[in-house]
Design a protein around this ligand. Structure first.
Ligand code: F6P
Length: 359
């Protein structure tokens, strides 16, 4: 039987643990006697002529690579290939170029490591080009359905928790309210988890409507209890009480969340008389060496993804459920977009600890 050859690509925003997943794929494939082709810069690498790739040898994937943040393959989180932005400002469907690029590599299957946006694109490409695809979920936002967690989330929460650990002494020294703005896109998972773990007094997430009065009430109660400072975490997608979104438009027109922390810091200062400061954690949440949890998850996901190809189970995403790695249909995972469950354990825990969610 001919030696199998599989491809792997990382797509969407990077996060910690991607290299650990790539490493697991390369080693598992090698044990099966297969070759792994690393496609560079996500689907953008397949649009190039010739396609951009490199053969991944198990020798370059010792334990050290697992400690590295980012992705050695490169990635992209813009430029939907079905409506690709062209230099003249027009949009062009470049999906056929990607399909052709894929087939020119003679791959038996491809493992896409991505979030829900990337999976929607990869699934469409796989159907159009009859590509054997398997997905590994990664995102610091932890908003992919059908999996309890995704590669990168644990590290992002750890970084945000550490930020609160560092903000606490300076807040106490200056009698301040410290506002920490964290990422997470439209889901409040990072804010909620880090807020509880980092001892925040107030956690604002996009899933819960808040009022500045309720926040001020909580801060005044903190002061009455004899404490001279407070910690507040806010998810980037939280809106003003009137529903206004905070976004920044970058060069080229790309919009990203940003600015709510600054707005709330001013509102809270005027409502409470406390001095406030804001820290926007940003991409620091994506960039560090992965936690042990992310290394384990990425390793288990990488092995399972190769095994799915071995079993001929395509259109599947590996997932973590009930302490095990399993596989689910990619379309089900995309459809089950996962925001914070307002009746879930973490929301209940926060409320039971007296943490204000601003409502
Ligand atoms: O989806 C991951 C994420 O880090 C979000 O939390 C954030 O809103 C966005 O990506 C930032 O994107 P970029 O890297 O393009 O600034």
């Amino acid at each position: 039987m001919a030696k199998k050859r599989i491809g792997i690509l990382t797509s969407g925003g990077d996060c910690a643990g991607l290299n650990a997943a790539i490493r697991a794929v390369v080693h598992r494939a090698d044990l099966l006697g297969w070759e792994t082709v690393g496609i560079l810069d996500g689907t953008a690498g397949l649009m190039e002529s010739p396609p951009q790739y490199r053969i991944l040898s198990p020798n370059e994937f010792d334990g050290n690579i697992m400690r590295l943040g980012g992705t050695i393959l490169g990635t992209t989180n813009k430029g939907n290939p079905f409506a690709f932005p062209m230099p003249d400002g027009s949009r062009k469907d470049r999906s056929d170029e990607i399909v052709q690029g894929f087939h020119s590599l003679n791959l038996d299957g491809v493992i896409g490591i991505g979030g829900d946006g990337s999976f929607a694109i990869l699934k469409k490409l796989a159907e159009q080009g009859k590509i054997n695809m398997v997905g590994i979920p990664k995102t610091i936002d932890n908003d992919i359905g059908m999996t309890e967690t995704s590669v990168g989330f644990d590290t992002a929460v750890t970084v945000a928790t550490e930020a609160l650990d560092r903000l606490q002494p300076t807040a106490a020294s200056h009698d301040r309210v410290m506002v920490l703005e964290v990422m997470g896109r439209d889901a409040g998972h990072i804010a909620l988890a880090a807020g509880i773990a980092g001892g925040a007094d107030i956690i604002l997430i996009p899933e819960v409507n808040y009022s500045v009065e309720k926040i001020a009430e909580k801060i005044k109660n903190v002061k009455k209890s004899g404490r001279n400072f407070a910690l507040m975490v806010v998810s980037e997608a939280v809106k003003t009480p009137d529903g206004e979104k905070f976004q920044v438009t970058y060069h080229g027109g790309e919009k990203r969340y940003g600015g709510i922390g600054d707005y709330l810091s001013r509102e809270v200062a005027s409502a409470t008389g406390f001095e406030t400061r804001v820290t926007v954690l940003g991409h620091v949440q994506r960039g560090s060496s992965p936690t042990y949890n992310d290394r384990l998850l990425a390793s288990a996901f990488g092995v399972k993804a190769v095994d799915l190809i071995k079993e001929g189970k395509f259109g599947r995403m590996v997932a973590w459920q009930n302490r095990q790695v399993v596989d689910v249909a990619i379309e089900d995972a995309i459809a089950a977009y996962q925001q914070v469950d307002l009746n879930g354990t973490l929301v209940q825990t926060a409320r039971a600890l007296g943490i204000s969610l601003g409502d």
